[in-house]
Design a protein around this ligand. Structure first.
Ligand SMILES: Cc1cc2nc3c(=O)[nH]c(=O)nc-3n(C[C@H](O)[C@H](O)[C@H](O)COP(=O)(O)OP(=O)(O)OC[C@H]3O[C@@H](n4cnc5c(N)ncnc54)[C@H](O)[C@@H]3O)c2cc1C
Ligand code: FES
Ligand code: FES
Length: 478
């Protein structure tokens, strides 16, 4: 039985846990404000808010309902556009009307909910971040200028309301504030207690079925690959394994649970401290709603040759830890891939966590991604490097690249060549030539074989020009 709250209504259902929430909301509950667009997580027309009770509070995220299994909302609140409506337009809806930010209106519910999530979660209201919060919403007819105008107006209004009423409280009771400002209806104030009661009765079935289990993490790859089969398969919701969702440090090792999401990693203080450019790198990965769901385990096991997290982690010489229910084993991430989508993994193996050594003193890291669109696009070619350089010599180096082989590739020949070398433009040119002998790109929609070879050369140059501007000269490279 799946128990949850849909807007204000308590729901108990025995429908298949793999059914996409979008179908339940539109077909079973006839809430047609949630739109069906691409069904691939790209357009944001189907966005809902997912509220989860934790530590006496409810935390809301914007999520694509087309990729969200019904079983995943057990014990939570789902908010559709109908759930934020009251008898007159709320502040966000009114700003859209005032600025002419909605023409056909098909995309508008998704935009309103993305912004509602932003204003619920942002500690400080910043215009550029409010605009980034709609990075998973596409509008085909109004155009973005008036939508951005509406957001700018809201930021001004919200900024004033928050700081003039509450002062600079770093943890304002945002839910109450949004209810007071009539952005959310009053029933939201009862939701924490109601969810708490549901969570007390929530039974967690963590047994793994013997017959053909399908492990589901964020579902952002699985629902694209086989949406119809998932309603009838033996789904194992890895989200029920709470211990898989954390990041921790133990001496000189950093551990990341496989259920940690891209957004969790992006906002982790441990990761940000090690990689100061984390925010910049991770903004290039999918969109806010996808990042809320997509996990590191899913990225690794999905084995896409262009998985961004996988490429990032290969350059950290990451280890993966698997468990088949009887015993744990660990291996290097680079040894996990045997061929296109072929893994060094048994059917029942769960990827539990990964770990890598904290980069040493004098280590430098860089990640690069080229895609046809800068944001919300998968890579044509991506690459990461970790290099330890001391007293004019390469002490250690790991270089990875995606989109240029059937697997996410660790470039071991380049590593062997660079170890012990002094970095200069000639050495970098030779390293890039050696890289060409390790790769086997194919021509596809993301670019021709030649173009991908050229991109990898440019990304290798870019790593060194970024990390060693004194040693490597752009003019000498070209
Ligand atoms: C709109 C959109 C944009 C995207 N943009 C990007 C992008 O920019 N960069 C990028 O790299 N990816 C992107 N992706 C792909 C996807 O979001 C990522 O690959 C994501 O990390 C997959 O994680 P998940 O938790 O959703 O995996 P799921 O779909 O849940 O699972 C993927 C596979 O891994 C298996 N699995 C998951 N976790 C485990 C585990 N712990 N143990 C064993 N097996 C497991 C599942 O059984 C399944 O076979 C995008 C996807 C969408 C829909
Ligand atoms: S229908 Fe397009 S993101 Fe869900
Ligand atoms: S208003 Fe028509 S798609 Fe956005």
């Amino acid at each position: 039985m799946i128990n949850f709250i849909l807007n204000t209504e308590s729901i108990s259902t025995e429908l298949p846990p793999g059914m996409p929430l979008l179908d339940f909301v539109r077909d079973n509950k006839k809430l047609k404000g949630t739109k069906e667009g691409c069904r691939e997580g790209d357009c944001g027309a189907c966005l809902i808010l997912l509220g989860e009770y934790k530590r006496n509070k409810v935390f809301y995220k914007s999520v694509n309902s087309c990729l969200l299994p019904l079983g995943e909302v057990n014990g939570k609140q789902v908010v559709t556009i109908e759930g934020v409506n009251s008898n007159k337009l709320n502040l966000i809806q009114q700003a859209f009307v005032d600025e002419g930010a909605s023409q056909c209106g098909f995309c508008t519910p998704g935009f309103i909910l993305s912004l509602t999530a932003y204003f619920l979660n942002a500690i400080e209201i910043k215009e550029n971040e409010a605009i980034s919060s709609i990075d998973g919403n596409i509008c085909r007819c109004t155009g973005y200028t008036s939508i951005i105008r509406a957001i700018q107006k809201l930021c001004k209004d919200f900024g004033l309301h928050i700081y003039s009423k509450n002062g600079l409280d770093p943890k304002p009771n945002r839910l109450k504030l949004l209810v007071d400002k009539k952005v959310l209806p009053e029933y939201f104030l009862d939701i924490p207690d109601r969810l708490h009661k549901i969570s007390l009765n929530k039974k967690v079935d963590s047994k793994i079925p013997k017959k053909s289990p399908v492990f589901i993490a964020g579902g952002t790859d699985l629902y694209i690959q086989k949406p119809d089969e998932l309603s009838t398969e033996n789904l194992v919701f890895l989200s029920q394994k709470k211990k898989l969702k954390k990041i921790w440090r133990d001496k000189d090792r950093i551990f990341i649970g496989s259920m940690t999401t891209v957004e969790d990693i992006k906002s982790s203080s441990i990761i940000q401290k090690l990689f100061p450019e984390t925010e910049k790198y991770f903004k290039l990965i999918s969109s806010t709603p996808i990042r809320y769901r997509a996990t590191v385990g899913g990225n690794i096991v999905n084995a896409s040759p262009i998985g961004d997290l996988t490429i990032f982690l290969l350059a950290l010489n990451t280890m993966v830890v698997l468990n088949d229910g009887k015993k744990q084993r660990e291996l290097l991430l680079r040894d996990f891939y045997k061929g296109y989508k072929q893994l060094n993994k048994k059917r029942n193996d769960i990827l539990e966590y990964i770990w890598f050594k904290k980069p040493n003193k004098n280590s430098f890291f860089n990640f690069e991604k080229v895609s046809r669109r800068k944001y919300l696009d998968i890579a044509s070619v991506n690459s990461a490097i970790l290099i330890q350089y001391d007293k004019g010599a390469v002490i250690n180096i790991h270089l990875s690249a995606g989109g240029i082989a059937p697997i996410p590739l660790y470039l071991s020949k380049v590593r062997s060549y660079l170890l012990g070398k002094e970095i200069n433009s000639e050495i970098v040119k030779e390293a890039s030539r050696i890289a060409q002998s390790e790769i086997s790109p194919i021509s596809d929609v993301r670019g021709s074989n030649d173009y991908k070879r050229l991109l990898l050369r440019q990304l290798i140059y870019c790593h060194f020009v970024t990390l060693f501007p004194k040693e490597v000269n752009v003019d000498e490279l070209l």
